[in-house]
Write a protein that binds this ligand. Structure first.
Ligand SMILES: *Cc1c(COP(=O)(O)O)cnc(C)c1O
Length: 395
């Protein structure tokens, strides 16, 4: 059956077949290598990603099961897993770019990706032009003879801008560029960028795909087998391998991804709409709100608006610090996509590397709080937020 809903696809992940039976849960193949009867089969496995399993750095059956599961959810032909989201992103960028190449990237980027792209410029002479995530004309204007790649994020952190994937990827295609989309915040439940013209999708599986704050991992999914080959060859050299146990935990998480995503979005709607009316809050940034600059685009592109939002406290930094210290249920922590609600203060943590001008341009204020909403009961979260907001007013 090919036309399955994501809910069904997530549950029935590809399973390895044994002689005459199939394990329901994919086993953890905790082995670094494989032995052969036939030297020709051994040799074949060394040279192509779909040959026999040879050595753990090339691939492993548990890791392959995860790659196939995520490729299936994203509608790709194949995938390459890595030991972290940054590992997957680096396999793609370093695997496809050479010195002197030019890259077009959206301005609002995950912090690790932003510093990697800056490093690519300093250390490897890869030039970069930054554009807004919804400005295809800027992509067309930025193209040069050595432009190779367009880099986007479906939903950006922490102001949750949504990329105009169809428009941006079409502009990239006209110029012969490879479009890479970080789909971590949306997950394949809310968006499948390959359906909108992207060539490669990357994920930090650390976040929603694994979903329980207990795994580090990444994956790149490909629309095209030739791109997968290039990235796979480089991934082997880089050694950014995913561990079989991490792959297994992630596979287990993937099976409940659609259920969890629905609850993340539902809880976020409750918190974001109520905070939007709260006197201690000056603005709420979530694409589900009509006031968000990406709302119209998001409503066209996504069935729901995601589980991460941010808001600005009227009392600025002092209020932000008091608010976070006063929370009793939500945890003060980095990351997102787990079942627990996590909050952080971008100006002093995730975005500390930005200058005050850069922060101002991205709309991040001293009183901005980012929330990665979990799957708790919404009313318990609201009670926690309201008691903490009360305490921001009384120093
Ligand atoms: C966390 C994250 C990454 C990096 O992933 P790691 O697993 O931490 O290496 C990349 N992109 C986005 C959007 C992320 O949220």
């Amino acid at each position: 059956m090919s036309d399955l809903h994501p809910d069904t696809r997530a549950v029935h992940v590809p399973r390895p077949s044994l002689d005459g039976s199939t394990p329901i849960a994919t086993p953890i193949y905790q082995t670094s290598g494989f032995a052969f009867d036939d030297p020709a089969v051994f040799a074949d496995g060394m040279t192509r990603p779909d040959g026999a399993f040879v050595y753990g750095r090339l691939t492993n059956p548990t890791v392959r099961a995860l790659e196939d599961a995520v490729a299936g959810l994203e509608g790709g032909v194949s995938a390459v897993a890595a030991g972290s989201g940054m590992g997957a992103i680096n396999c793609v960028l370093l695997g496809l770019l050479t010195p002197g190449d030019h890259l077009i990237a959206q301005r609002a980027l995950y912090g690790g990706t932003a510093s990697m792209i800056a490093d690519l410029a300093h250390r490897f002479g890869v030039e970069v032009t930054y554009v807004d995530q919804d400005d295809p004309a800027a992509v067309r204007a930025a193209v040069r003879p050595r432009t190779r790649l367009l880099y986007l994020e479906t939903i950006a952190n922490p102001m949750t801008q949504v990329a105009d994937l169809p428009g941006m990827c079409a502009a990239a295609r006209e110029a012969g560029l490879v479009s890479v989309v970080d789909n971590t915040f949306a997950s394949p439940v809310l968006c499948r960028p390959l359906e909108h013209g992207a060539d490669i999708v990357v994920h930090s599986v650390t976040k929603y795909l694994s979903g329980h704050s207990d795994v580090l991992g990444g994956v790149a999914v490909f629309a095209d087998e030739a791109l997968r080959r290039r990235v796979w060859s480089f991934a082997i050299e880089l050694g950014a391998t995913l561990d079989p146990f991490a792959a297994w935990l992630t596979l287990r998480g993937v099976q409940t991804l659609p259920l969890r995503m629905a609850r993340h979005c539902e809880n976020t709607r409750v918190l974001a709409t109520r905070l939007d009316e709260h006197p201690a809050v000056t603005a709420v940034h979530w694409p589900g709100l009509p006031s968000h600059p990406s709302h119209a685009l998001a409503a066209k592109l996504l069935p729901d608006f995601g589980g991460v939002f941010s808001f600005d406290l009227a009392g600025g930094r002092a209020a932000g610090e008091r608010f976070m210290a006063a929370l009793e249920l939500a945890l003060l922590a980095p990351s997102l996509g787990g079942v627990e609600t996590l909050v952080l203060h971008p100006a002093t943590t995730s975005h500390r590397a930005q200058t005050p001008e850069e922060l101002a341009r991205s709309g991040i204020g001293e009183g901005t709080v980012r929330v990665a909403v979990g799957i708790e009961h919404a009313e318990d979260l609201w009670a926690d937020f309201t008691q903490a907001l009360r305490r921001t007013e009384t120093p």
